[in-house]
Write a protein that binds this ligand. Structure first.
Ligand SMILES: [Zn+2]
Length: 66
């Protein structure tokens, strides 16, 4: 629901926006026009973060066992 009055983080226009949450707790707001792009961006970001975290965890495990 685009019920929040705010500024879109993608086109920077003042509009009715919808909140998009990131895996790390951050959030951005997107307007109706940007929402599809925003959803893709957030999905990619979350995938990157997830693989980054997994990488860090495997590195830490490696260091601890060495
Ligand atoms: Zn927008």
């Amino acid at each position: 629901m685009f019920t929040k009055d705010g500024v879109c983080d993608w086109c920077k226009k003042h509009a009715q926006v919808k909140k998009l949450s990131y895996i790390d707790g951050k959030a951005n707001f997107a307007c109706k026009e940007c929402y599809d792009t925003a959803k893709m961006d957030v999905r990619l970001y979350n995938l990157e973060q997830a693989s980054f975290v997994a990488q860090m965890q495997s590195q830490n495990t490696h260091q601890q066992s060495a």
